[in-house]
Design a protein around this ligand. Structure first.
Ligand code: 2P0
Length: 366
């Protein structure tokens, strides 16, 4: 096992955008042995996003007997490992160590290449990069599905970033979470004709985190009781639409599902409102464009925030962009395509000096 120590591994992982959303975890007594396992109340479906030089996480990791404790630098800053939010997410590293049969401590250096204060979530790419890099550094021989199960413990949506292309996260039934894993439904090259735009509408910090928000929705929203069954059905329907490359059917499911999730947020006590006026203008603009064209030219989806993710066919990209440009308050649109799962980078990309095992003073580290 010693041979695996002191090996620096650097990984790039990408975020994903859910087209059928995850919103709500099983609670103790609901087929859930431990709420820390992040077991969802419904399956979800996503695409992995590749925006080239932004929207990804890069993580370097090394396990060594030289270290007395785990050390974690995020965006150039040393993190407090006693912070409960962080230690919960680092359960993932414990799981990888268990699989490898070691107790060796690690140095982890991670940089998120996301626009500053964009409010775009980096937890999925961050946890996927961490778990994948740790498994490779310790030479853990296991399936990508197993790694998705571990990433899920760090952050639910992270399990979907363990794969590229179109990804299903099956809710599973087992209280130990071993069947609540992600799998690739279609590869990143399956439907090349699609284009994705992430449009940022606000730089304000959100008022309530996804984790807290979904807990409150499950606890208080009557409307939410319908949600798991609706989402479960849509995960099946959207796979059929993608298989047939039926853009109209897919677009309708995407738009209906995001609004269904936001309706349960609005129905939460006290209500949760992530969309702003600009998000609403985007919704009207896209619905208007689709009506003018007499078909679905594009679809919008919103996560737990006001930023829109727009999906269209390449042929319609220009018209969609022009429509979005006309909306006051759309700050920036980042073009993306459907991307791959985590990738191992070369030694020259490392954020850790391979000789000293110290973090590099990286120009990129923000
Ligand atoms: C999703 N979201 O399916 C949904 C849509 C936000 C809205 O997954 O508590 O950061 O770590 O499991 O994964 C965001 O929630 O929450 C999320 P935890 P996560 O992408």
């Amino acid at each position: 096992m010693d041979a695996m120590l002191d090996k620096v591994v650097t990984v790039l992982a990408r975020p994903n955008m859910a087209l059928v959303k995850y919103w709500g975890k099983r609670r103790l007594g609901e087929d859930c042995g431990d709420p820390k396992l992040n077991l969802p109340l419904n399956s979800s479906f996503s695409i992995t996003l590749d925006a080239g030089h932004e929207l990804f996480t890069k993580t370097s990791i090394v396990f060594s007997e030289r270290f007395e404790r785990d050390t974690f630098y995020l965006d150039g800053k040393l993190q407090d490992m006693d912070n409960p939010e962080l230690s919960e997410r680092f359960l993932t590293i414990e799981k990888i160590r268990e699989l490898a049969g070691v107790k060796t401590k690690a140095l982890i250096v991670s940089v998120n290449y996301f626009p500053t204060a964009s409010g775009l979530a980096s937890s999925a790419s961050g946890l996927a990069a961490l778990v994948f890099a740790a498994a490779k550094a310790l030479d853990v021989k296991t399936s990508q599905e197993k790694l998705s199960e571990i990433a899920r413990i760090g952050s639910g949506s992270a399990c979907r970033s363990m794969f590229g292309g179109f990804v299903v996260w099956e809710r599973g039934r087992s209280p130990d979470g071993t069947d609540s894993v992600a799998r690739q439904a279609f590869g990143e090259d399956y439907w090349r004709d699609l284009s994705v735009m992430v449009c940022m509408t606000s730089q304000k910090k959100k008022k309530i985190s996804s984790r807290a928000g979904m807990k409150q929705t499950v606890a208080t929203s009557e409307l939410y009781r319908l949600r798991p069954e609706i989402a479960e059905r849509r995960v099946i329907e959207i796979q059929r639409a993608v298989k047939d490359k039926d853009f109209d059917a897919m677009a309708e499911i995407i738009m209906a599902d995001t609004m269904n999730m936001h309706a349960t947020m609005l129905d939460t006590r006290p209500p949760i409102m992530y969309l702003n006026d600009i998000s609403k203008d985007i919704i009207y603009a896209i619905e208007g464009l689709n009506e003018e064209k007499g078909r679905k030219a594009c679809a919008y989806t919103f996560d737990a925030g006001p930023h829109a993710c727009i999906i269209c066919r390449k042929d319609d990209e220009k018209d969609v962009m022009n429509r979005l440009k006309g909306i006051d308050g759309v700050e920036r649109c980042i073009k993306a395509r459907i991307g791959a799962g985590p990738e191992i980078l070369q030694e020259s990309d490392s954020l850790i000096d391979v000789d000293t095992l110290l973090p590099k003073k990286h120009k990129e580290a923000r």
